[in-house]
Each structure stands twice: as structure tokens, then as C-alpha cells.
Design a protein around this ligand. Structure first.
Ligand SMILES: [Mg+2]
Length: 126
């Protein structure tokens, strides 16, 4: 396939209802959540870049920088928590409860592949 055919076929599946997309983007909630989502992705990229420089380029592992990026990620998580009106400690408790339902006390590949999504959803909705 040449690049022109690829582009032609790829854009067939693009969501192009820009009036509705624009309407959703005009909602402050979505603006804040998108800001947080983009921020999480970029900060994760910065974290990975620091790790890449250590693993692949042989630079000293900059744990101060990794910790900084972790803080930046928390900053965006705080934005999400505020917008969703959720408490960090409850989110952490729920996460652990979900993982206990999934794995019990120990990770296994079998349990990772055979999740009970109904039970997990019930835990997440409490
Ligand atoms: Mg950063």
C-alpha cells in the first residue's frame, strides 16, 4: 500500500462530526479532563525519556527527575480528582480492592488473562 492509499483508507474511520465534537469540547468538564489526559501523556513521556536516557544511552539514572515527573503526574491526577469530585484515598482503596478481586494476593498471568469484569465493575461503582 502506498502512503496516499493509506491516508485515504485511514481517514474513512475518523470521527468527523465536528459540530458535536466542538459542542462537547465547549464543556469545561471536558476541557479540564482533556487537559489532564494530555498532561498525563506528556509527563509519562518525560518520565520515559529520563528512563530511556539511562537504559539506552548509559546516562546516570536521574531519580530526582523521575520523582519530579511523578509529581507532575500527580498534579494532573489532582485535576482529574477535582473535576470528577473523587477523593484520592478512595481511588487508591478502590484500585487495591479491584486488584485483590483480580489476583487475590499474588499476580499470575492466568488471572491477568481471565478477568471477571463484572465483579471488577461492581467494585469500581461502590
Ligand atoms: Mg514534567
Amino acid at each position: 500500500m502506498n502512503t496516499q492509499d493509506f491516508v485515504k483508507n485511514a481517514i474513512k474511520t475518523e470521527s468527523r462530526n465536528f459540530d458535536e465534537i466542538g459542542g462537547r469540547m465547549s464543556e469545561v468538564r471536558n476541557q479540564r479532563l482533556l487537559h489532564a489526559g494530555i498532561g498525563l501523556a506528556t509527563e509519562a513521556g518525560e518520565f520515559l525519556d529520563a528512563l530511556k536516557k539511562h537504559v539506552f544511552y548509559g546516562k546516570e539514572l536521574d531519580t530526582v527527575n523521575l520523582s519530579e515527573e511523578m509529581g507532575d503526574i500527580f498534579w494532573y491526577c489532582a485535576l482529574i480528582a477535582d473535576e470528577l469530585g473523587v477523593d484520592f484515598s478512595k481511588v487508591m482503596d478502590t484500585n487495591i480492592a479491584k486488584l485483590k478481586a483480580r489476583y487475590g494476593e499474588k499476580f499470575t498471568e492466568e488471572k491477568a488473562e481471565n478477568r471477571d469484569l463484572t465483579t471488577e465493575r461492581t467494585i469500581l461503582e461502590k
